[in-house]
Design a protein around this ligand. Structure first.
Ligand code: UFG
Length: 327
């Protein structure tokens, strides 16, 4: 199939492109390179463009037709979204509306959307199933929910069927260390732990809060390997190709690990000492986020391959060592 990967130069998008290409699909990348990297575009041509510039979209859609659009372009930092709500709404909501409208104009009818566990807000019950109330507590989560809420209208009116995948905590890297998580600044836990080991200038890891109502007081998250996220997209694409209906699904392993458990795991994987400082809570962090991914298992036949935290951290460690060696 011909797949347009918007955001294909980014962390998850690049792993997606690699998996698509190795399964024999044709990949086309659209990315503004604001957070993605040209070096990560290796599995199909890059058109540098921005969802907020309709002419850029027109250019990529006029060039050829696509069977599926996968949409990974988003600003995705909770704290930044609180400081810059307008930027988040423009980029994540208006940008997506522009993309959907271009799909309508050019007759592309299959859409896979990167949503987020951030749509749930503060959980009432864990694990979180898709029918848990959605009440995002930050602008980032609201932008993801707004797009989810727009998708049925595009389905009814224009026949654009979609799968919105609510990622929990994406982590890990390619097994061979070729691509991985490369954000600047980095805010995510696993890369920050590993950077504190490989980069002497980073200083000790900061642990945001040890007084949550969790077994060790630090926040609990469900870490899911980036390739397992990509494999769910492959299955979502098959689902749409078979004529399947629009869906919303969680992607997680269904197992929660606290920040301090992740630090311990990284200590075992790296064999290094990992110092940390306990800091105040980070605003907007729910204490526990763990997925029920039963729907993706049942409806897509999805089975994550990286089902231990060790295996996920090992791949991230390979990437961080490679990256440090290159610099
Ligand atoms: N954390 C630290 N120190 C760090 C970085 C993170 O203690 O240096 C903690 C955070 O406070 C949080 C946990 O580690 O408790 C995980 O934090 P991440 O930043 O790695 O991930 P988040 O859970 O904040 O973010 C993820 C997705 C977001 C999504 C959010 C939903 O990456 O896109 O879940 O809450 F919005």
């Amino acid at each position: 199939m011909k797949v347009l990967v918007c955001g294909g130069a980014g962390y998850i998008g690049a792993h997606m492109c690699r998996m698509l290409a190795s399964a024999g699909h044709e990949v086309f990348v659209f990315d503004n390179l604001s957070t993605g990297h040209a070096y990560a575009v290796q599995w199909g041509p890059l058109v540098q463009g921005d969802l907020l510039r309709p002419d850029d979209l027109e250019r990529i859609f006029a060039a050829r037709s696509y069977d599926v659009v996968m949409h990974f372009c988003a600003k995705s930092l909770v704290g930044e979204s609180m400081r810059d709500p307008g930027g988040y709404f423009r980029n994540n909501v208006t940008g997506t509306v522009n993309l959907l409208d271009a799909m309508v104009r050019h007759g592309t009818r299959n859409f896979i959307f990167s949503s987020s566990a951030a749509v749930y807000g503060m959980p009432h019950d864990v694990p979180l199933a898709e029918d848990h109330p959605t009440a995002p507590i930050n602008p980032y989560g609201r932008t993801k929910l707004l797009v989810e809420q727009l998708l049925p209208a595009y389905d009814i009116q224009f026949g654009i069927r979609s799968v919105a995948l609510r990622y929990f905590n994406a982590a890990g890297a390619a097994l061979d260390g070729l691509i991985g998580e490369d954000h600047e600044p980095e805010t995510h836990l696993i890369p920050n732990i590993l950077r504190s080991v490989v980069d002497k200038h980073t200083g000790p890891l900061q642990v945001f809060g040890d007084d949550y109502d969790t077994p060790d007081g630090s926040c609990v998250r469900d870490y899911i390997h980036v390739n397992d996220i990509a494999s769910a997209h492959m299955l979502a694409m098959d689902h749409l190709a078979r004529g399947g209906t629009s869906q919303v699904m969680n992607l997680g392993n269904g197992a929660g690990f606290s920040v301090l458990q992740v630090v311990d795991t990284a200590r075992r994987v790296t064999g290094k000492r990992i110092d940390y400082q306990v800091m105040p809570r980070r605003p907007g962090d729910p204490p526990v986020l763990v997925a029920s991914a039963t729907k993706a298992h049942t409806d897509l036949g999805w089975r994550p391959q990286f089902d231990t935290l060790e295996s996920i951290v090992e791949t991230a460690w390979t990437w961080h060592r490679n990256r440090a060696a290159r610099e």
